[in-house]
Design a protein. Structure first.
Length: 337
């Protein structure tokens, strides 16, 4: 067990679910977030789930003085790094903001880790780093080739970390490539809370079901898939959070780096997800099929053998459970936090 884990982006969607799992497992955690895409109200929710008051600093990871203060006053020996901007369309419009936040933020964190000899680093990467010409399922050793600035920040971050590992010798990194995280904590107290119109499918469906939006637009009905709609590997965010704990265990026990997909290995189409959500919510989800979204691909899903082999981790929850948990969260919190 670590002395203390620093979670960046701690009040965000995946960060908050991971925080809960880490506290429940007895880890000491300090969270940092600048709240650019999350709310401090989350803290009370984490406390009511875990009965532990979360240790939180509001701050920007690009500010090295803030990071130094944290490392000076806490014995941090593992960083779990979620803080990043993540909207693909926005990254095309504002590439400099994305490179500044995602790359500069990582550099400041690594400088601080170096100064304070923190040797364990868990990085939020994404399936978006894989080259779209690969045929799914995606294996970790397949060619990389992102197609938008957000994806490039993830691939560049992986590269920076790999170079840093060579230079610092004792640093170990878990490169975790997430597929499509969805779902919410079973308590219904925390979940995904997008600000503005959701870019991603599951939160959009949930907001239609709860009456915040009228109609789901399905981007393309003529993809070469089971029903013509796009296929993705949806993974429950609590399974994903547990994947981080498995990665932390691996870093401590094996004292080696690893690169693994975190997905289920199962592909689900847009229409299949809509129908599963209709069953979970007992609501009709009105939709229309519109033209394809620029940059989309037909099918994406993971090969998950390596995560199982190296970390003994695999996802357990299926799409029905994901929809039930999202619906509990969304119907209990129709306007978010
Ligand atoms: P999120 O936006 O909910 O959480 C990210 C958090 O980081 C937010 O709370 C935001 O306020 C904070 N943040 C951003 N920049 C910061 C900075 N400079 N300093 C301090 N805090 C900052 O996103 P999420 O879905 O929880 O994603 C977490 C990580 O996982 C991100 O790195 C994201 O790129 C990656 N990821 C997400 C998905 C997904 O579909 N959600 C898929 C693959 C990878
Ligand atoms: C998105 C990101 C990707 C990220 C991934 C993981 C984009 C363009 N890509 O991809 O970088 O790694 O999430 O979370 O945002 N869909 C609709 N209607 C909608 C929304 C989506 O039909 O309103 C369809 C899409 O065309 C796709 C599927 O639903 O077939 C899933 O979309 P989404 O949730 O945005 O995820 P990804 O496209 O996989």
């Amino acid at each position: 067990m670590f002395a203390m884990i620093l979670l960046t982006g701690a009040t965000g969607y995946i960060g908050s679910h991971t925080w809960v799992e880490l506290l429940n497992a007895g880890h000491e955690v300090i969270g940092i977030d600048n709240l650019c895409n999350s709310s401090e109200k989350l803290l009370a929710r984490v406390e009511s789930i875990t009965n532990i008051k979360p240790n939180f600093i509001r701050g920007d990871i690009r500010n090295i003085d803030v990071l130094r203060k944290i490392f000076q006053s806490h014995n941090i020996d593992c960083v779990v790094h979620f803080a990043a901007l993540k909207a693909v369309g926005e990254s095309v419009e504002k590439p400099l903001e994305y490179y500044d936040n995602n790359i500069n933020g990582l550099l400041q964190l690594l400088r601080t880790c170096n100064e304070f000899s923190c040797e364990n680093f868990v990085f939020s990467s994404s399936a978006t780093v894989y080259h779209t010409e690969n045929n799914p399922p995606y294996f970790e050793n397949m060619a990389l080739g992102p197609v938008n600035p957000y994806g490039w920040t993830k691939m560049m971050s992986e590269q920076i970390l790999r170079n840093f590992e060579v230079a610092s010798l004792s640093t170990r990194v878990a490169y975790l490539r997430y597929f499509n995280p969805v779902g919410a904590h079973a308590s219904g107290l925390i979940g995904e809370n997008p600000l503005g119109a959701p870019n991603n499918l599951m939160p959009y469906i949930a907001q239609v079901a709860v009456g915040r939006r009228e109609l789901l637009s399905i981007y393309g009905g003529d993809w070469p898939t089971v029903d013509g709609t796009g296929v993705r590997d949806y993974i429950h965010v609590v399974d994903l959070a547990k994947g981080h704990m498995a990665a932390i265990d691996y870093l401590t026990q094996q004292k080696k780096s690893l690169t693994v997909n975190l997905g289920t290995g199962v592909g689900t189409s847009v229409l299949q997800l809509v129908h599963a959500f209709e069953i979970a919510s007992k609501k009709k989800i009105p939709y229309e099929i519109v033209s394809r979204r620029v940059g989309d691909i037909a099918v994406s899903y993971a090969n998950t053998d390596l995560a199982k082999k190296l970390m003994g981790w695999s996802a357990h929850m299926g799409v029905d459970q994901m929809c039930q948990d999202v619906w509990r969260w969304q119907s209990n919190n129709p306007s978010g936090y």
